[in-house]
Write a protein of this length. Sequence first.
Length: 270
Amino acid sequence: MSLIKSPLYNLLLRARMKKNKKKIIANIKMNGSLSFNEIYFNKIKKNFNNFENLNIGLCLPYPYLFQAKNFLEHTKICWGSQNVAKFESGPHTGEVSAPMLKDFGSKYVIVGHSERSTAYCESDENIAHKFEKIKKYNMTPVLCVGESLIEREAGIMERVVSSQIDAIVKINGAEVFEDSIIAYEPIWAIGSDTAASPAQVDKMCNFIKDHICKVFNGNFKNFSIIYGGSVNSKNAVQLFASESLDGVLVGRSSINIEEFFQICSTAENS
Ligand code: 13P
C-alpha cells in the first residue's frame, strides 16, 4: 500500500494540519470608503486582536491598503488585496504589481476569484503567473477554486477543481503550494442564500487535500484549505465542526462587524 493512501498518512496529515491556526480571510470585495474603513478598522483593532487561535486577514480594494497599514500595523491582523498583476512592472495600464502590494505591507492576495475569472475572462495560465508573483514577494496566495452549478449537477466538480490546481502546478511546480491557501469556493454558493452543506464542503476539502498531497508525492507540506460561499455566523458553527477545514473566506458577512466577530468567535472556540 502506498504511503499516500495509508490511514497512518492521513492521520499524521490531519494532526499536522490541525496544529495550524484557523485562517479567517475577509474578501471585502468592492466595498468601503475612507470614513467607513476608519470605523471598521478601529473596531477590528479593538475587538479582534485578542483571538489566540486565528490568523485574520482583510483583503481590500487597492486604494485602502495604505489606510489598513496605518491602522493595523503592529496588530495581529493582516491585510492584502483581491487581485494582482501577472507582471512586475512596465506598460500595463491600470494594473497593480506584487512588489507594490508588498510596499503596503500586504500579506494575503486573493487570486482566481470566480467574480474575476468570469467577468474579466481570466485564464488558468494568467492565474498561475499571478500565483507565482505573489509567492516571489513572500505574500500568501489565496487561490480560489470551485465548480459552477452546471458542473456540480454533471458530477464533475472534482475534475474541475483538480484541473484548476494542476494548471498552477504545470507552470510553477508543486512547491509553490507550500504555505499557500486554497479556498474551495463553489460558484453557486457565492452571494447566494445557501452555503454548501458541511458534508459537501468536507468531501471537496478532503479531495483537494488528497490531490495536493499526491502532487507533493506524499511529502508533508504546509498548506491550508478554506471554504468560501455565503459563510455567516449561523452556518459557521457547522462548518467549523469539520476536521477538514482550516478556515473560511468570508464575503458579505465580513463587512458586518458583529457578524464577522461571531464567525471569528466560533472559529476561535472550535
Ligand atoms: P459571500 O460570502 O458574499 O457569498 O462571498 C463569498 C466570496 O466570494 C468570498 O470570496
